[in-house]
Design a protein around this ligand. Structure first.
Ligand SMILES: Nc1ncnc2c1ncn2[C@@H]1O[C@H](COP(=O)(O)OP(=O)(O)OP(=O)(O)O)[C@@H](O)[C@H]1O
Ligand SMILES: O=C(O)[C@H](O)[C@@H](O)[C@H](O)[C@H](O)CO
Length: 184
């Protein structure tokens, strides 16, 4: 419970490590975690599984569900980490409306490494959709105050890098000089 709950949205294309890094961040910070993929309606999962990319209309209900969850956590004073692709600026704008301290961490990973990771796992998202993910992605602009983190390296390194950046800069809405603190 916090008077100024924070929401950290770990974003990026499929395979960038949102779930892996997001869970680890939530554990390290003692925040609740939401796997954004769990909020997709079954029709969206069916589309992606069939190799069909989602479009804006497909993503509306999904984003509303995630934003609603974030708003409920915010109202209860709980800080959260959310793994959500948030590929377009407009999607991020919607999620930003969920509270005063919504911060995006963009995991940037090279194309080759993304393809390698997607080929190496059992998942509903087929590697063939990587091209459309990259084509849809609008990387956060400087005016969005997102933290862009190079995320090609080992998981431990990426987690440590994100935590350092959060501690140094703090999310929007954090008290001046009051970056996110690790648990323990
Ligand atoms: N830093 C890393 N180094 C190597 N492999 C990683 C790294 N981060 C994640 N992986 C692996 O890459 C795959 C994709 O990771 P993960 O599921 O976390 O990505 P994601 O962005 O949540 O993907 P999706 O959006 O498709 O669910 C997994 O098999 C995971 O174990
Ligand atoms: O906006 C999207 O196209 C989706 O959110 C995808 O990014 C998938 O959910 C995810 O990559 C599958 O794991």
């Amino acid at each position: 419970m916090s008077e100024n709950p924070t929401a950290i949205v770990v974003m990026g294309v499929s395979g960038s490590g949102k779930s892996t890094i997001g869970r680890r961040l939530a554990d390290a910070l003692g925040y609740a975690f939401l796997e954004g993929d769990d909020m997709h309606p079954p029709a969206n999962i069916a589309r992606m599984s069939a190799g069909v990319p989602l479009d804006d209309a497909d993503r509306v209900a999904w984003l509303e569900g995630i934003a609603g969850w974030m708003e409920a956590q915010q109202a209860s004073g709980r800080s959260v980490v959310v793994a959500c692709s948030a590929l377009k600026r407009a999607y991020r704008e919607r999620l930003r409306q969920a509270g005063p301290a919504v911060c995006f961490v963009y995991l940037r990973v090279g194309h080759q490494e993304l393809a390698r990771r997607m080929r190496g796992r059992e998942h509903f998202m087929p590697p063939e959709l990587l091209g459309s993910q990259l084509a849809t992605l609008e990387e956060p602009g400087v005016e969005e105050s997102a933290l862009t983190v190079e995320a090609n390296g080992p998981v431990d390194e990426v987690v440590a890098r994100v935590l350092r950046r959060l501690e140094r800069q703090g999310p929007p809405g954090a008290p001046v000089g009051g970056g996110v603190q690790r648990r323990g």
